[in-house]
Design a binder for this molecule. Structure first.
Ligand SMILES: Nc1ncnc2c1ncn2[C@@H]1O[C@H](COP(=O)(O)OP(=O)(O)OP(=O)(O)O)[C@@H](O)[C@H]1O
Ligand SMILES: [Mg+2]
Ligand SMILES: [Zn+2]
Length: 256
């Protein structure tokens, strides 16, 4: 299905080794947090990393890294912003006149912007480009799957009702597009009691191991709720966050 004629051309000044997508069947499960945490971990290991914020109408990556500038451009293309820990970032917030302006573009325009972030952005030499997707299985994931040379996707979910259906949808979409699913990451898995250290399953017992098994994939991480992480994201201090829950995901990505 990944027909060559759909492929968008990479910028002539870019040289990117691995392109990985972070997806979910629904919103708010922590895709952006996982994308940024993975980027931080890879950068800390010395890899050259970029984040393409494909959440065109609801970008959240620049704010996490306290990036508020306008992207520079010249006749060769558009230059990504660089986070405090050296991650290259491109997002609609960097090309809008005012970062608080709403993006009210129609589907085809949005899909065009995603392709521009690949074709017009001068990423330079990167080991990993992580793509933070908007929620669901709509236009943008479809465009990314068809136009960009994605090597695999990570599916992020939370433990809640309907998780089987939601994860399966995201899984099947990747499958239909011939994109390998590297594994599933469960976010908000539990809360550690600040008094006794016990793990509290806020959303009830998780079924993610069972669901992963049914789909023939693996769980690459279970991330607890952590107020510090939310605070760092809110305050633009995410460059200083190093998650201890993504070791298996990092192995899966770095063996590609
Ligand atoms: N494990 C966690 N502990 C505490 N807060 C978290 C955790 N994961 C995510 N958050 C917070 O929850 C909010 C939603 O997370 P995030 O933006 O990563 O979700 P998303 O799946 O990218 O959402 P969207 O679908 O809108 O793009 C953010 O404010 C984030 O900082
Ligand atoms: Mg997001
Ligand atoms: Zn307790």
């Amino acid at each position: 299905m990944a027909n060559e004629e759909f492929k968008a051309e990479m910028n002539g000044f870019s040289n990117i080794d691995h392109v990985i997508g972070v997806v979910s069947g629904k919103g708010g499960v922590g895709k952006s947090m996982v994308t940024a945490s993975l980027a931080n971990a890879l950068a800390a290991q010395g890899y050259r990393v970029g984040i393409l914020d494909a959440d065109i109408t609801g970008p959240s990556i620049p704010k996490m890294y306290d990036i508020h500038e306008h992207a520079m451009s010249d006749t060769n293309g558009i230059y990504p912003a660089i986070s405090g820990n050296g991650i290259e970032i491109m997002s609609t917030n960097l090309v809008l006149e005012n970062e608080e302006d709403p993006v009210v573009w129609r589907g085809p325009v949005i899909a065009g912007v995603v392709k521009q972030f690949w074709t017009d952005v001068i990423w330079g030499t990167l080991d990993y480009l992580l793509i933070d997707m908007p929620p669901g299985t709509g236009d943008v994931p479809l465009t990314v799957y068809q136009s960009l040379p994605i090597e695999g996707v990570l599916i992020v979910t939370s433990p809640q009702d309907l998780v089987r259906m939601i994860v399966t949808k995201a899984f099947k979409m990747a499958q239909m597009m011939d994109i390998p699913v590297l594994g599933i990451i469960e976010n908000y898995s539990y809360l550690v009691c600040p008094d006794c250290g016990r793990k509290i399953s806020v959303f009830g017992e998780s079924h993610i191991d069972e669901i992963a098994k049914e789909l023939g994939t693996t769980v690459l991480g279970k991330i607890p709720m952590d107020a510090e992480v939310a605070k760092a994201a809110d305050e633009g201090a995410y460059a200083g966050v190093l998650s201890e829950y993504l070791d298996d995901a990092i192995v899966a990505v770095t063996k590609l």
